[in-house]
Design a protein around this ligand. Structure first.
Ligand SMILES: *[C@@H]1O[C@H](CO)[C@@H](O)[C@H](O)[C@H]1NC(C)=O
Length: 316
């Protein structure tokens, strides 16, 4: 017998599989198929998140550069995670994150990548000079915050828009406030060369601080705290058309102004009260919430006892 006939015979016998064997193979294949299906539908890896966020930006919407100054503290990742998920719902948002640090951090970089936002974000850093840095004893309002970081962002945005002629908007978006997706739909209506203003919830020791609007014009503000300010509004309550930054190169934040005057400081360079564009005047779409600092006394106890920290193998 030649080699070939031997081989043929063996193959024939292998093909003669009993019906029972066949049934077992079919069932096993089916189970494996179901398992694979299930894995695909429940997967929560980075890749699947990233893919979903590649929406095509509607070309009719202006890009909104959202400037977020941030610094390391135990709640940072939680705050930025909330914001990153908002970005996934608003395709025309571009995130300008500025860390108060000597360099950008792996925490922020990983978070942005995991949310699939790496092509809609830039990570910058600018360290607050120590003279201006809040210490644990200082009340949070005693020194201007975010000046260095917001100015760094403005510098970056000015360079960016110089090469991109389309209409765009800048919004100063702190990492602890609460934002509705609808705010950005409304903000997209800001016209070229204008500043949009809208109500902000839970600020200035009131339910809402808001512009007073008559016949589509801002005629005043309802704030109780320092109403004599040129623009008595919170940072979360306005956004600026970027062409105003180009035509007013000196518009920026400053350490030299009184407490509560940062908003007025930038706005006085780019607009006047009568030119403000009221947006979503009868709605609250942003709240000036503040996250409580985490208590970590027992973590300290753990370490004193010589035990490993609870976050040993993960980033909180
Ligand atoms: C910290 O641990 C102690 C026990 O050592 C416990 O009694 C206490 O309630 C814990 N503190 C908090 C805030 O959970």
């Amino acid at each position: 017998m030649t080699k070939y006939t031997l081989l043929n015979r063996r193959m024939n016998s292998e093909y003669r599989i009993s019906q029972r064997k066949l049934a077992v193979i079919v069932i096993v294949t089916f189970i494996l198929f179901l398992y694979a299906l299930n894995r695909n539908s429940s997967c929560d890896n980075d890749e699947s998140l990233s893919k979903e966020s590649q929406h095509d930006v509607d070309n009719n919407l202006p890009i909104i550069y959202a400037v977020t100054p941030t610094y390391y503290r135990p709640v940072q990742k939680a705050e930025l995670t909330r914001l990153s998920h908002l970005f996934r719902l608003v395709p025309n948002l571009f995130w300008v994150i500025v860390e108060d640090a000597e360099e950008t951090s792996a925490l922020v970089r990983n978070l942005v990548n995991r949310a699939g936002l790496s092509n809609r974000a830039v990570l910058l850093h600018a360290k607050t000079p120590t003279d201006f840095k809040l210490t644990k004893k200082d009340p949070h309002w005693s020194k201007p915050r975010g000046v260095e970081q917001r100015n760094e962002a403005l510098k970056w945005i000015r360079k960016k828009v110089k090469h991109e002629p389309g209409h765009a908007i800048v919004y100063f978006m702190d990492d602890d406030n609460s934002y509705s997706v609808e705010l950005f739909e409304e903000m997209s209506k800001i016209q070229r060369s204008r500043v949009g203003v809208w109500p902000v919830g839970l600020v200035g020791a009131m339910y809402v601080e808001k512009p007073i609007v008559e016949n589509g014009k801002v005629v005043g503000f309802n704030s109780m705290w320092r109403p004599e300010r040129p623009f008595p509004i919170d940072m979360a309550g306005f956004a600026i058309s970027t062409d105003l930054l180009e035509s007013n190169p000196s518009a920026m934040f400053s350490y030299e102004v009184q407490k509560g005057y940062q908003e007025s400081e930038i706005l006085r360079h780019v607009t006047t009260r009568d030119k403000l564009q009221p947006i979503a005047s009868n709605q609250i779409l942003v709240w000036h919430t503040r996250t409580e600092a985490s208590k970590l006394d027992n973590e300290t106890k753990l370490v004193k006892k010589g035990l490993p920290q609870s976050d040993n193998d993960m980033t909180v």
